[in-house]
Write a protein that binds this ligand. Structure first.
Ligand SMILES: Nc1ncnc2c1ncn2[C@@H]1O[C@H](COP(=O)(O)OP(=O)(O)O)[C@@H](O)[C@H]1O
Ligand SMILES: CC(C)(COP(=O)(O)O)[C@@H](O)C(=O)NCCC(=O)O
Ligand SMILES: [K+]
Length: 259
């Protein structure tokens, strides 16, 4: 079985693929200090809880935090007796190489989203991933990542308001019923939520104008559901896009004999 690990700046998702489907998806906070032994205790406890056998014999990792790779490599080696494929490393091939400025290190999560989205939806896409940062990935007709946009994440924006202004509390993001807030918390939530709706719509419109071809918009990431309910921002919401992309890249490398 394949263990797919998607490590973002805030959360790390582990998912087990049995050759036909993902059996479970487990989430933990991203901490680069966490050791292989700690990962294993957590993982084996939850897999036992879900009655999933521990017969993992392949691992693929995508991470936006380079420092976590060491301990995840040890986890794969010590407990699953395999060498993991790490997206972005030379030994991990991509179905289609990105077309960006020379020397640019594209976030592995964005390359994985691109591969997953192209396989599911075809080309000419904008993938919007609401993680720590909100990223917009442009997927060309042939499935190549050809650039995009990086905007501050939703929670980062709320946190920045709280940290910079003495009178503003820490608040959680929600969709406010009205735009005009009648208390401080409602005003902050309105600013961030409706500000974000405008940001997403504006950026997607401008990308489409620059791209000169019809495009579809796919949303994913922890906070995507907040923006995907009952409005017209996205053509599809795909909660498991990154995990799906990891599986696609793993299969591609296996077919090449890389894993
Ligand atoms: N179900 C949820 N409800 C509310 N906030 C969430 C949920 N899932 C994730 N988040 C928050 O959304 C943000 C992005 O999460 P995530 O997609 O896991 O980010 P990353 O991939 O960068 O680690 C984080 O601030 C996280 O705390
Ligand atoms: C933009 C990101 C920080 C997003 O990370 P995330 O929100 O998923 O934790 C990550 O994709 C990254 O570090 N990218 C490197 C620069 C680039 O993609 O161009
Ligand atoms: K992201």
């Amino acid at each position: 079985m394949l263990l797919a690990i998607d490590c973002g700046n805030t959360n790390t998702v582990f998912s087990v693929w049995d050759g036909e489907r993902f059996l479970c998806t487990l989430r933990t906070s991203t901490e680069h200090q966490r050791t292989a032994d700690q990962y294993y205790v957590w993982l084996s406890t939850l897999l036992t809880h879900h009655k999933i056998p521990m017969d993992i014999n392949a691992v693929i990792i995508s991470t936006t935090v380079p420092r976590v790779v060491f301990n995840l490599r040890v986890l794969s080696d010590r407990y699953f007796n395999c060498r993991p494929l790490v997206v972005g490393k030379p030994e991990c091939a991509l179905p289609m190489p990105p077309r960006v400025d020379e020397g640019t290190q594209v976030g592995p999560d964005r390359l994985v989203n691109t591969a997953g989205a192209f396989e599911r939806y075809g080309g000419d896409l904008i993938v919007v991933d609401f993680g720590t940062a909100t990223t917009f990935d442009v997927v060309a007709e042939d499935g190549a990542y050809v650039g995009g946009v990086i905007a501050p994440g939703v929670n980062l924006s709320l946190q920045a308001l709280h940290e910079a202004a003495a009178a503003l509390p820490h608040v959680d993001v929600t969709k406010p019923a009205k735009v005009i807030g009648t208390n401080t918390v409602a005003c902050m939530q309105s600013g961030v939520f409706w500000g974000y709706v405008g940001l997403v719509r504006g950026i997607c419109d401008q990308i489409k104008a620059e791209y000169h071809r019809p495009m579809r918009i796919i949303s994913t990431g922890g906070l995507a559901p907040l923006f995907g309910q009952g409005d017209t921002l996205f053509d599809h919401f795909d909660e498991f896009l990154t995990i799906h992309g990891l599986r696609i890249i793993y299969d591609f490398n296996r077919a090449l004999g890389n894993s």
